[in-house]
Design a binder for this molecule. Structure first.
Ligand code: AMP
Ligand code: ZN
Length: 665
């Protein structure tokens, strides 16, 4: 077998499937098959480092750390766009350009204006070579490693492309992915992101590209610049880019006059709300490059293009008061209470203010008349002061917790203040118990969030371990409770003792420990005792556990309160260990033998093979040493490994030999 060819074919195939899935939205193989092929490529690349390619689809998972992003000068400047807000503005613009061009027939390309972070990506010989943020338009930050993780951006092009060119576009976060990210944050007790655009733009500057790879970013492209381009109009440029493999939205239209431009605008002013991502206007571009060249640029923007900004639905109303909510982890969120007002079909009474900086930036004060806008997000936001009210002093952010009067703390680098009184602050206590009983956690039937608050307020519970001592008689007197519902509640709590350890660990509400992390930790440590004794270093060595999570776990177990609660839960019979499922095929045939697995196999994936070894009592070693008893060699086993095994006199067995070993009685 020709290894190099296999590797190249796999790369080609994976690139194609990536394109079908992320650009065309028409996958032709299952996710499972895709993962298998990717795994096969990764294994081969690991064995044959001589065929490394920085543009291999295996590189999409990221993993490079960039401490300082290099400043790079744009070969072609990244211009801004002039704005227009009305049809008259557009007519004025046409008059101005026709003065230069001499009243020629003009076509315009109409495109949507995607609201994200602009990016310029350089391709050389059909390969992605560099990606740079817009910066000040003259120079930006090189973020190539991060950009490569975005699956819809081709690493290799198809067709007849020029030797070198730049393509420009917007990095965006579609609503769905954005909301999913926020749900994940809420789950671990963190403050959600405020909007998709800032989150997309912040993602580009993350130091760890593996983190970027996890974010559901997308890239929409709209402009190619370079020498010897094989097209002479903007519209052809879009089509060509699409043919080379880029994701170029298909809504763009060629208009023969301004009326057709207006039609496009009118249509999308309404229908943009059906798009899966945020847009804030339309960009109108003179189609013909000859005309574009004649028109040229002002100091800031091309004369041949203009943005038309959609009016976002906006009203003014009075800010009645600001209240401060305390979350489960003590994080404080300021909320604006507004004079109720009709906006985009709903009555708005409240708006999110995010944090102290936001209030300071807007300089809003109680009594002000404020502009309220509804963008892509569900919660409306205040975008500025329309008219100052009577309050002369700027708003003073609270210094103490509104619920427990403890002095607030703001950690370096964090946007939100928080109340440090974790064990005495009612909304934090209630929030933690509500999290504990929630569906993804202990899933306690017959007990809801409001009842938790009642139980707390009636001094029946002060942490989640108290739940297990509740009696029917104690619960009946509560509002809306009766014999039956009280029994259900107590039974529901009793049943939660069967919930497996990984979910219990999630239910404890350790900061940053969401569902997935809880699973990882439970699987790795197997018991709460082992986890609680783990050192910082030990935790960080667990796959996908970073120092933020590790630190938080350490702090949780250092706390005496938590130890007491866990000890009580244990006494009540809550699961604090993984119960290993008994494998009916398990034997002890390989007891005392250490195996090293190398190469690619036909009947097993590598993981399955390792599992088969462990299920039958054997040990799996990571590298060949004097302690190794057998090397199970698949296809493409590395020559260095083979050499070493031979030198140490270790038996090298095939996949079939291994199967025979298991079948021997
Ligand atoms: P602004 O940031 O409001 O000055 O708008 C200019 C920016 O809009 C450009 O720098 C691009 O990043 C962005 N943009 C979004 N969609 C398009 C598009 N279809 N064509 C050109 N620019 C666009
Ligand atoms: Zn408090």
């Amino acid at each position: 077998m020709d290894i190099q060819k296999t590797i190249l074919d796999l790369r080609e195939e994976l690139n194609l499937h990536n394109h079908n899935y992320y650009v065309e939205d028409k996958p032709t193989i299952s996710d499972f098959e895709f993962d298998q092929k990717l795994k096969q490529l990764q294994d081969l690349e690991a064995q044959y480092p001589e065929y490394f390619d920085e543009n291999s689809p295996s590189q999409r998972v990221g993993g490079t750390i960039t401490k300082n992003f290099q400043t790079v000068v744009h070969e072609n400047r990244m211009y801004s766009l002039d704005n227009s807000y009305s049809k008259e503005d557009l007519q004025d613009w046409e008059v101005k350009i026709q003065k230069v061009l001499g009243n020629v027939p003009l076509q315009y390309t109409c495109e949507l204006k995607y609201d994200g972070a602009s990016i310029s990506i350089t391709y050389e010989n059909g390969k992605l070579s560099k990606a740079v943020t817009r910066g000040d338009g003259f120079q930006g930050d090189e973020v190539t490693n991060n950009i490569k993780t975005i699956r819809s951006i081709p690493l290799k092009l198809k067709g007849n492309y020029p030797q070198k060119f730049d393509i420009r576009g917007e990095i965006i976060l579609p609503f769905e992915g954005f909301e999913k990210m926020n749900l994940d944050l809420i789950e671990i007790g963190e403050t959600p992101y405020s909007n998709p655009r800032n989150t997309a733009s912040g993602s580009l500057k993350l130091q760890d590209s593996a983190e970027v790879a996890k974010r559901p970013l997308d890239c929409l492209l709209y402009f190619i610049t370079g020498n010897n381009l094989p097209f002479s109009t903007q519209f052809e440029g879009l089509e060509t880019a699409r043919n080379w493999g880029f994701k170029v939205p298909t809504q763009s239209k060629l208009a023969n006059n301004l009326d057709e431009v207006f039609e496009f605008i009118n249509y999308w002013d309404v229908h943009r709300h059906d798009l899966p991502y945020e847009t804030d206007g339309v960009v109108i571009k003179v189609n013909d490059f000859n005309h574009q060249n004649e028109l040229g640029y002002t100091a800031k923007s091309p004369r041949w293009a203009i943005a038309y900004k959609f009016k976002s639905e906006q009203v003014t109303t009075v800010l009645n008061s600001i209240s401060y909510q305390v979350g489960r982890t003590g994080s404080i969120t300021p909320v604006a209470n507004l004079q109720p007002v009709q906006l985009a079909g709903t009555i708005v009474k409240r708006a999110s203010l995010h944090n102290a900086d936001q209030i300071e930036k807007l300089d809003i004060r109680v009594g002000d008349s404020v502009f309220v806008e509804k963008g892509g997000e569900i919660i409306p936001k205040i975008i500025g002061v329309a008219q100052r009210g009577n309050q002369l002093e700027p708003t003073k952010y609270i210094s103490h917790c509104p619920e427990c009067q403890t002095e607030l703390v703001r950690k370096e680098g964090e946007a939100n203040h928080f109340c440090p009184n974790f064990y005495g602050c009612p909304p934090q206590i209630i929030g933690r118990i509500q999290h504990y009983i929630s569906r993804k956690a202990m899933d306690i039937e017959g007990l809801g969030g409001e009842t938790v608050a009642l139980l707390f307020n009636n001094n029946l519970v002060k942490d989640y371990s108290d739940l297990y001592e509740l009696t029917v008689d104690q619960v009946i007197p509560l509002e809306r409770m009766a014999q039956k519902s009280a029994e259900n509640l107590v039974n529901g709590i009793e049943k939660s003792k069967e919930i497996p350890f990984e979910r219990v660990l999630f239910a404890l509400g350790i900061r940053y420990v969401g569902e997935t992390v809880a699973k990882k930790l439970a699987k790795h440590y197997k018991t709460i005792d082992a986890l609680s004794k783990a050192s910082l270093m030990d935790l960080i060595l667990v796959d996908e556990i970073g120092d933020r999570i590790a630190q938080s776990v350490i702090e949780f177990f250092e706390n005496q309160n938590n130890s007491t609660i866990i000890a009580r839960l244990k006494n009540f019979g809550v699961q604090f260990e993984i119960v290993e499922k008994h494998n009916p095929n398990a034997t002890e045939k390989l007891l005392g033998k250490t195996f090293v697995v190398s190469g690619v196999f036909e009947q097993f994936s590598r993981d399955d093979l390792k599992k088969a070894i462990e299920d039958n009592g054997g040990k799996v070693g990571s590298s060949i040493s004097a302690k190794t008893d057998y090397v199970v060699a698949g296809e493409n086993m590395g020559p260095a490994k083979l050499d070493k095994a031979n030198k140490l006199g270790i038996s090298i067995i095939s996949e079939n030999d291994f199967i025979n070993m298991l079948n021997e009685s």
